[in-house]
Every structure is written in C-alpha cells, then in structure tokens.
Design a protein around this ligand. Structure first.
Ligand code: MF3
Ligand code: CO
Length: 253
C-alpha cells in the first residue's frame, strides 16, 4: 500500500530530511585520507542524537551502525570499521534518520583527496542520473517514468545499472511501497500522487552491473571489482511536481 502523507506528516518528514542534509554537510569535512569509517560513524551518530534524531540504520535487521560506508567497489551497505580512507578512494555515505516517527534517507558519494578521472566520470553521471529520475516526479507520471529516465541516462554513459537493489517509498518505515527500480519501462507502474514520498537512488557501476555480497552478509560489491557510485534523495510528490526533502546544503554539490 502506498501511503499519502498528511500536511502534519509532511512537516515531520521535512524535519527528518533536513537532519539528514545537515549530517551529510557536517560529515563532509571529516572525509579525508587517514580517518576510519568507524570514526565517521561515531561522529555522525553523536551529531544525529544531538539534533534529537534517531540513527535508524543502527539495529535495523542487525545492522551495527548509524551509517553505511561503502568504498570504491562496494556498492551499498558497507559496515563502518577500522579501515582508513586513502587518497583516491571514493566513499558512499548512506544514512536514515528518524524524527518523531518519520524517516529521511539520503546517500552521497564523496571523493577522498584527489580521485581519478574515471571515478569523477562515474560520480558525475550517477549524480546526474538521480536528478534525471527526480525530474520525472509529478502527479500523473508513473514510477516507470522515473526508472526509465535513470536507466536511459546510465546507458548513454555506458554505466552498469545495479538491479538487485531499488529505491522505495518512505514514511514511518524506512522501506515502504512502492519499489522504485533504476530500470524499467515508461508509463508503467504505480501512478504518482501528491503526498507520496519516495527515495530515488541509482547505484551505477563503472564496469558490469553484476554484484555480489561479502561474507559479512551486508556489503554489496561489484563482481568485477570496478568502482560503484550511489546518490539518493527523499522526494515528496507535490501538486505540481516535487520537493527534495533531503536538500544538499553545500553549494559546491
Ligand atoms: N538507505 C539504505 C536503504 O535504502 C539504508 C540501509 S540501512 C541498513 O536501503 F540498515 F539497512 F543498512
Ligand atoms: Co534508501
């Protein structure tokens, strides 16, 4: 069932989304060579709690941390640990924050020091694929219009579209209906209506689309070891289009 949020619920979801935006902005300055992903997680958790938010990922199906930290060939759900970031890495930070029972969710891929041109290419076009999907959000359009826009853009730039993981509705739960795949046919799937809130989140690979899972049972990695990027926003369907509930607060993004 796809829920339509009331005005009151939308207000709370905006608060939750803004906490996600602020945490991304706050963390960005710490993302540099030498820091461990565990340290980033500790910094984020403290900050989230200081704002009155709840780090929803922690304890979700046994996930042990506030952040998912996925480096280079790791696609999503990397577990923070003692690994240190190195110059030239890319790292995706994905987080969900709860506020008064409502969730906000956003992921972003960051450069560590100076990264290769091919990683820059992957990041630029994965971010652009997210915005191509978001541009399709308006009442009357369907989920398939979003999916197709993301896939068409990714294919144009020869990036592998991960199919095993999809975007999702969001509200009191981090994952609600509908699924929002990053591939599919236009004019198909559920119709978008004002008050729906969805997470659009392309995961694109520089090489093949194929992925596997590590022995930790969480970390999804590319099968060929090539880098992957992931950008996600929580998006509200409005009367005449959309509003991003997890806006980037850094003008350089
Ligand atoms: N943003 C991620 C998602 O949409 C959050 C995963 S949190 C975890 O799936 F707890 F499952 F790791
Ligand atoms: Co998500």
């Amino acid at each position: 069932m796809i829920t339509i949020k009331s005005q009151r619920e939308i207000t709370l979801m905006k608060e939750a989304g803004l906490m996600v935006s602020k945490t991304h902005k706050y963390l960005k300055k710490y993302i540099r060579p030498g820091i461990t992903t565990k340290k980033l997680d500790e910094i984020a958790e403290k900050y989230i709690i200081s704002m009155g938010g709840i780090p929803t990922c922690k304890g979700y199906e046994g996930f042990p941390a506030a952040l998912c930290t996925s480096i280079n060939d790791e696609v999503v759900h990397g577990i923070p640990g003692n690994r240190k970031l190195k110059n030239g890495d890319i790292i995706t930070i994905d987080m969900v924050i709860g506020y008064q029972g409502y969730q906000g969710d956003a992921a972003w891929t960051y450069e560590v020091g100076s990264v290769s041109e091919e990683k820059k290419y992957l990041m630029k076009h994965t971010k652009e694929a997210l915005y191509k999907g978001i541009e399709q959000v308006k009442p009357g359009n369907r989920i398939g219009d979003i999916s197709n826009a993301v896939e068409t853009y990714a294919k144009k730039y020869k990036l592998g579209v991960v199919k095993e993981l999809v975007g999702h509705g969001i509200g009191t739960e981090m994952h609600e209906d509908p699924d929002v795949p990053n591939y599919g046919k236009p004019h198909k799937g559920p119709i978008l209506k004002p008050g729906m809130v969805i997470c659009i989140e392309p995961m694109l690979n520089l090489g093949s689309a194929r992925v596997g899972i590590l022995d930790d049972d969480w970390t999804i990695v590319t099968e060929d070891g090539m880098p992957s990027a992931h950008y996600e926003h929580t998006v509200l369907v409005t009367e005449d289009g959309y509003e991003i509930l997890t806006p980037r607060l850094d003008e350089n993004d």
